[in-house]
Design a protein around this ligand. Structure first.
Ligand SMILES: Cc1cc2nc3c(=O)[nH]c(=O)nc-3n(C[C@H](O)[C@H](O)[C@H](O)COP(=O)(O)OP(=O)(O)OC[C@H]3O[C@@H](n4cnc5c(N)ncnc54)[C@H](O)[C@@H]3O)c2cc1C
Length: 421
C-alpha cells in the first residue's frame, strides 16, 4: 500500500525522500503552489528571493545528506565559510582553519572587540558546558544561565545573545539554555566543519524541497500542489484522505497551527506553543553597492543581520536585512522600519544612495518560541499509522531546517520499521 505525506516543507519532503529511497511509493499533498513551506522561494520586483533569509551550519548533517540524496550538490548550492561573527567596528570573531577544539578556542582568543578577561570568560563558559556534557539541568532561560556563569555584559551583547536569537529565534530572557547548549554542542563544540556557516546561493525551494519532489516522482510517487487536505479517516486498517487513498501510513508534516483543522484531537498537544516572528526587508540599491562581507551583524540596530545577496547569489545591489523574534521593530510602521534599516546600512557603507525599492516580508509565526522545558509532541501519535513530522516535534534542535529534516527522517524510519500484518 502507498504512503501519504501531508505538507511539502522541509520536514515533509525529508520524510518523503527517505521513504522513496527505501523503495516505497509516496503521495505528497501540499496546500500551496510551491514546495518549501516556511522556507520557500518568492518573488519581489526584479528578483527571486526567499520568504526569509536563512542560514545553515555545517552541523546540519541530515539536511546535507538528503540534499545529496536528491541530487543537490551542497558545495555548489551553499557558500561555505568558516564561522564569522562580525559587528563592523565593534566585534569580529572568526574560526581559523584549525582542527577542533582549537578552532573555537582560537576564534574566542583572537576575537576583536573583547578584552582578555572577556575572552577567557567565554572560553571558560564553553569548557564548563563541555565538562557538563552540554546538559543544563534544570533548564532555565539563557539570561539566567549567563547570570550563573557571571558572563560579562559586553560578551553577552556581542556574542551569546545574538547567537541565541539567530539560532533559537527567541530572546535570551525567554529562550531555553538547554536548547542553546544543544546547538553549541553541535556547532562551536563540534568539528571545525560543523561550525562552518553555509549561506544559500540558490533559493530555498531549489535547495532541497523542489529537487526532492522530482526525486519522488522519478520513483513512482506523486506530488500535488494547490491541494489542501481537509479530512482524514481510518477505514479497514488504512487511511483515506479527501484527496485519495488508501494509505498504509500518513506523515502529517504541517505546522502545529494547521493540525486542528485536520484532526482536532491533535490540537491539545500543541495548544501551549507560542510563536515568534521573523521580518526580512529586501532593499534594492544600484548594482555597485556591496557590503564589506556576505553576512554582517548590526550592533544596537533594529536590523540584526545583513546579507549581501550580490556576494551570495549574484543579485548585485540587493541587501537582505533580518530581524528575528519579537521586539520594538514590530511597533513601527513598515515605511519607518525600512527607513531605519537603510540608515543602519548607511553606517556601514559610506556614501550609500537611497534604495530604489524596499520590500518587507513579515512571517508572524516563523518559529515556535523556544522556551525552557517546552513539551514537544513525539512523532508517534495515538492513532495507528499516523505520524507527525515538523520542526516542533520532540528533538534536540530549535525550529530550524535541520530540526524539520531530522523529524521527517525519524517519522519515515519509524514507518519503515513497522512490519506489515
Ligand atoms: C523568515 C524565517 C527565517 C528562518 N531562518 C532560519 C534559518 O536561518 N535557519 C534555519 O535553520 N531555520 C530558519 N527558519 C526556520 C525554518 O524555516 C523552519 O523551521 C522550517 O522551514 C519548518 O519546516 P516544516 O516542514 O516543519 O514546516 P513548514 O515549513 O511550515 O511546512 C508545512 C507545510 O504544510 C503545508 N500544509 C499545511 N496544512 C496543509 C494541508 N491541510 N494540506 C496540505 N498541505 C498543508 C504548508 O503549506 C507548508 O508547506 C526560519 C523560518 C522563517 C519563517
Amino acid at each position: 500500500m502507498k504512503l501519504a505525506v501531508i505538507g511539502a516543507g522541509y520536514a515533509g519532503m525529508a520524510a518523503a525522500a527517505e521513504l522513496a529511497t527505501a523503495g516505497r511509493q509516496v503521495d505528497v499533498f501540499e496546500a500551496s503552489r510551491i514546495a518549501g513551506g516556511r522556507a520557500r522561494a518568492t518573488q519581489i520586483e526584479g528578483f527571486t528571493v526567499d520568504n526569509g533569509q536563512h542560514i545553515l551550519v555545517g552541523a546540519y548533517r541530515e539536511t546535507l545528506r538528503l540534499m545529496r540524496a536528491v541530487g543537490v550538490d551542497p558545495e555548489r548550492a551553499l557558500k561555505r565559510t568558516p564561522l564569522r561573527f562580525e559587528f563592523p567596528g565593534e566585534f569580529l570573531m572568526q574560526a581559523p582553519r584549525l582542527p577542533a577544539p582549537l578552532h573555537t578556542a582560537f576564534a574566542l582568543l583572537l576575537a576583536k572587540g573583547l578584552d582578555w578577561r572577556e575572552k577567557l570568560a567565554a572560553i571558560r563558559l564553553m569548557r564548563n558546558l563541555q565538562a557538563d556534557g552540554y546538559r543544563i539541568a534544570p533548564d532555565r532561560t539563557v539570561t539566567e544561565w549567563l547570570d550563573g556563569q557571571r558572563t560579562p555584559c559586553r560578551q553577552r551583547r556581542l556574542l551569546w545573545e545574538p547567537l541565541c536569537i539567530a539560532a533559537l529565534n527567541t530572546p535570551a530572557d525567554r529562550a531555553s539554555a538547554q536548547v542553546l547548549a544543544n546547538v553549541l554542542r553541535d556547532s562551536l563544540g563540534g568539528t571545525r566543519a560543523a561550525s562552518d556557516m553555509l549561506l544559500p546561493q540558490v533559493d530555498l525551494s531549489a535547495l532541497f524541497p523542489g529537487p526532492a519532489c522530482d526525486f519522488i516522482r522519478q520513483r513512482g510517487g506523486n506530488v500535488s500542489f494547490g491541494t489542501r487536505v481537509t479530512a482524514l479517516r481510518r477505514e479497514e486498517n488504512a487511511w483515506r484522505l479527501d484527496t485519495g487513498g488508501p494509505y498504509a501510513a500518513v506523515v502529517l508534516a504541517v505546522a502545529p497551527y494547521h493540525l486542528a483543522a485536520l484532526l482536532p484531537e491533535l490540537a491539545p498537544g500543541v495548544a501551549h506553543f507560542d510563536w515568534e516572528p521573523i521580518v526580512t526587508s529586501y532593499l534594492t540599491y544600484p548594482p555597485s553597492v556591496r557590503l564589506p562581507g556576505p553576512m554582517l551583524g548590526v550592533d544596537a540596530g533594529l536590523a540584526q543581520w545583513l546579507f549581501d545577496r550580490g556576494q551570495l547569489c549574484s543579485q548585485h545591489g540587493l541587501i537582505a536585512a533580518v530581524i528575528s523574534a519579537r521586539g520594538r521593530h514590530l511597533d513601527l510602521a513598515t515605511a519607518d522600519l525600512e527607513q531605519s534599516i537603510h540608515a543602519e546600512i548607511a553606517r556601514i557603507v559610506p556614501g550609500l544612495p537611497l534604495p530604489l525599492r524596499v520590500q518587507t516580508i513579515t512571517e508572524k509565526r516563523a518559529t515556535f518560541a523556544c522556551v525552557p522545558d517546552l513539551q514537544r509532541p513525539p512523532a508517534r501519535t495515538a492513532l495507528p499509522g499516523l505520524w507527525l513530522a515538523g520542526d516542533y516535534v520532540a528533538g534536540d534542535y530549535p525550529a530550524t531546517l535541520e530540526g524539520a529534516v531530522r523529524s521527517g527522517v525519524a517519522a519515515a524510519r519509524a514507518i519503515l520499521a513497522v512490519r506489515p500484518n
